[in-house]
Write a protein of this length. Structure first.
Length: 489
């Protein structure tokens, strides 16, 4: 039996909790054994025995894992959500098995193997990894709340690792599939049209097609036909470049011909027009004379990964309450604004805004009303500012505005007066009318500083002077004023 894996293990799957990692290894080994038996037409009794062993072991693993989470995060919503996902998995496996009562055992096992591979991958790298990070943080002495917050931060920064692990897994799968194709080719001495690795290609979860030396499709597996909405007859003679490559910087066929293979993401459309993101591994097959005779293309759907990456990227760069840029994105925008100000030889205003009376709103009307007020203020600031400007929320009732292309302080003052007027309008919440005003401190680039951190600090100090001066006030950074002794009254 040829050894291959539909789920190659990757170091990024290690949670750092020995028992869980050991059991994950066993689950993956059982899954790969099941796939190997399926690919080599094992008898139904052997397949069902191994299938039952896998599902039984999964249930035992879930109990062990849940006990660890319950020990460190007892009664926490993360722990209960994780337990629910285990129950949903077992229910789905049972459903697939019951639905397959009229099908062959091969079809049932294949469906479960496909589901388990994708479910286990995302479950380990998202849910298990998040809980493991929280457990490690609790073990280090943090409270549960602080441990969860640290785990969330680490999971955001780990998104690129997640994608790398997934793509690495499918890259290895593609490479192993190609090796199997070549081995079967040599053993059976097939014709040039390539009856390549029929068993493996037909049973793989990824979409695979084979082209001739010119890049025209001559063979495709069921997954390719199903995901793209074509029949094999309709595909014959069509160019793979035309159907699947979309907009890529390099020509995958040319790169494969040069170095033997090409890997990268492609944006393609199905026959119905549906767009999808896929990871393509394209390999060149050479004959005995060293000439390219065919290309083998393996497509893995990464739409879910791309969407998840975009979602986590937004979480990392935008405030969840107001949907304004957060501090991380603000500093990126500041660097771009500095460059624009240098090119136009104009002023850039960094304006630190704090709401007057916001605490009273929270105290009298409640935090729900306070949140609604913050969202409304964010919208008003966005509408008042120009398209070239940026408004960000740093937290609480603090906002920062970047106003570029200013040709004098008066232009900045005029814009900020409009901001004050917009904030001063009442906000009508379900709990009642809420009113606040705003105090604003301003520093200018490059007049006051060329450093983002220093400009924010100067604007913050100007804001402090504005708050001391009364409500609804604008104060520009003044080194002489800051150097004078503080008011003793």
């Amino acid at each position: 039996m040829i050894a291959f894996e539909i789920f190659p293990w990757n170091a990024h799957f290690e949670t750092g909790i020995a028992l869980i990692d050991q059991q994950h290894h066993t689950l993956v080994d059982l899954l790969n054994r099941l796939a190997r038996q399926l690919a080599h037409d094992s008898d139904a009794t052997s397949l069902m025995a191994l299938f039952d062993e896998l599902t039984s072991y999964a249930a035992r693993h879930f109990e062990s894992e849940e006990a660890i989470w319950a020990q460190y995060l007892p009664g926490d919503d993360w722990e209960s959500e994780h337990k629910d996902s285990h129950q949903q998995f077992l229910a789905e496996v049972l459903r697939l098995r019951e639905e397959g009562s009229g099908k062959s055992i091969d079809e049932v096992v294949k469906a479960v193997a496909a589901y388990l591979t994708r479910w286990l991958t995302f479950h380990i790298l998202s849910s298990d990894m998040r809980l493991a990070r929280a457990v490690h943080a609790v073990q280090s002495g943090l409270s549960v709340a602080d441990a969860k917050a640290q785990a969330e931060r680490e999971m955001r920064s780990a998104m690129d690792v997640l994608i790398g692990a997934i793509l690495s897994m499918y890259d290895r799968l593609s490479s192993r599939t190609l090796e199997l194709i070549q081995e079967i080719n040599e053993r059976k001495r097939v014709e040039q049209r390539l009856r390549l690795a029929s068993t493996i290609v037909q049973n793989t979860m990824d979409a695979i097609c084979i082209t001739d030396a010119g890049g025209c499709i001559i063979e495709a597996n069921p997954a390719f036909l199903e995901t793209n909405g074509w029949s094999l007859e309709g595909l014959a003679g069509r160019s793979l470049r035309e159907l699947k490559f979309g907009e890529v910087e390099a020509d995958p066929c040319a790169e494969s011909a040069r170095i033997g293979h090409w890997s990268g993401d492609v944006r393609s459309r199905t026959r119905s027009g549906k767009r999808c993101a896929e990871w393509l591994t394209l390999s060149a097959i050479r004959d005995e004379q060293g000439e390219i005779s065919n290309y083998v293309a393996v497509f893995s759907d990464i739409t879910q990964l791309v969407n998840l990456h975009q979602k986590l990227s937004r979480i990392a760069h935008y405030d969840s309450l107001t949907e304004l840029p957060n501090r991380v994105l603000l500093f990126d925008r500041m660097q771009a604004a500095f460059a624009a100000a240098q090119r136009s030889q104009s002023l850039l205003a960094v304006c630190y805004l704090d709401l007057d009376g916001f605490k009273a709103v929270n105290d009298t009307l409640g935090h729900s009303a306070g949140d609604q007020l913050l969202r409304e203020v964010a919208q008003r600031l966005h509408h008042v500012l120009r398209g070239i400007d940026t408004v960000a929320r740093l937290g609480g009732d603090e906002f920062v505005m970047l106003m570029g292309n200013l040709h004098g302080i008066d232009a900045c003052r005029e814009l900020l007066q409009r901001v004050l007027a917009a904030v001063d309008q009442p906000v009508y919440t379900q709990e009642g009318e809420a009113r606040v005003s705003a105090s604003i401190g301003v520093a200018f680039y490059p007049r006051d500083s060329r450093s983002a951190d220093e400009l924010l600090a100067l604007a913050d100090r100007a804001l402090y002077r504005a708050k001391r001066s009364g409500r609804s006030c604008i104060v520009f950074h003044d080194p002489l004023a800051e150097a004078s002794p503080p008011d003793q009254n």
